[in-house]
Design a protein around this ligand. Structure first.
Ligand SMILES: NC(=O)c1ccc[n+]([C@@H]2O[C@H](COP(=O)([O-])OP(=O)(O)OC[C@H]3O[C@@H](n4cnc5c(N)ncnc54)[C@H](OP(=O)(O)O)[C@@H]3O)[C@@H](O)[C@H]2O)c1
Length: 266
């Protein structure tokens, strides 16, 4: 299997490349700036449609997993929307399977959780709106693509973004903002399984436990041997934030033969 991962040095992308190399796959780690730790490095700006097409035609991957994105700032929308559309178009053109990463934040979190794949997306923030627009562009351009919505990622041996937040004492953690935190190694495994099958459309793929950001911070501190008692819990200000975006990942569990592992310390 020849796999191309965009965002190959990212939190999820690098774990996918690591596991794919371990499986003996040929792995192209496509990346903007940061050197990827696993796979063959390939510089690629996903916003540049022409070079995305050229690179994919030249390397002819069997599957592309598109994780590259920017979560905020001036490059967010172009990277997410234009970049995803470019990757989908190039994957379609070279006949590659496409697995596209999306987010639970396409939902408003006001009612309906846990959300199934057919729930009405209604993002409340710019990032979620861009991810939804990207999903729609991907499906339009590459109708056989798989669009995977996931939740907060954690669990590498070295602390990632969620762990670094949890270790801070100067933050308040929302007690009513609910997500399905997911181990990055579990998600990477599942995505590699799905890269080799023909599932198309939208799939919710997160761990089964729905917990608050406050609870997640407590669990992560405890798992790393720190005292969780100083963590402060507060209600979310709600405006511009999605409260309960828990995902119903039962369809994915059926396809994969098992659900992903539950929350750390659960
Ligand atoms: N992390 C989470 O908790 C979470 C939750 C829900 C969904 N997701 C989804 O999962 C995916 C991966 O998330 P992640 O946390 O692994 O992301 P990440 O660690 O921030 O990695 C994103 C990668 O994208 C690359 N990138 C940015 N702009 C690019 C461009 N124009 N062209 C090519 N590459 C570019 C970055 O490269 P540089 O480092 O060189 O800038 C980085 O390697 C995303 O699609 C995200 O929406 C993540």
């Amino acid at each position: 299997m020849k796999l191309l991962v965009t965002g190959g040095a990212g939190y999820l992308g690098s774990e996918m490349c690591r596991q794919a190399v371990e499986r003996g796959w040929a792995v192209l780690a496509a990346q903007l700036e940061t050197p990827p730790p696993f796979g063959s490095p390939l510089r690629l700006d996903v916003r540049d449609e022409e070079s995305v097409r050229r690179v994919l035609m030249r390397h002819g991957p069997d599957a592309v997993v598109h994780t590259a994105y920017v979560s905020r700032g001036p490059a967010m929308e172009s990277t997410i929307v234009r970049g995803s559309s470019a990757v989908a178009g190039a994957a379609r053109r070279c006949g590659a399977r496409l697995v596209h990463l999306s987010s639970d934040l396409v939902f408003d979190g006001e009612y309906g959780a846990p959300y199934a794949e057919d729930a009405d997306p209604r993002p409340v923030m710019g990032y979620g709106a861009a991810k939804l627009e990207a999903e729609r562009a991907v499906v339009r351009v590459h109708p056989e693509a798989l669009v995977v919505r996931t939740s907060l990622l954690y669990g590498k041996p070295e602390p990632g973004p969620q762990e670094l937040l949890a270790f801070r004492d100067d933050l308040d953690f929302f007690t009513d903002e609910i997500r399905c935190p997911t181990r990055v190694d579990d998600l990477a495994w599942a995505l590699l399984e799905l890269a080799g099958d023909g599932t198309a459309g939208v799939l919710h793929l997160a761990a089964p436990d729905a917990v608050s950001r406050y609870e997640l911070a407590r669990r992560l501190r405890t798992a790393h041997g720190f005292d969780p008692s100083s963590i402060r819990g507060v209600p979310s200000p709600r405006i511009g934030r999605a409260r309960n975006v828990a995902l119903d990942s039962s369809r994915a569990a059926g396809i994969l033969g098992r659900p992903l592992r539950g929350i750390v310390g659960g």
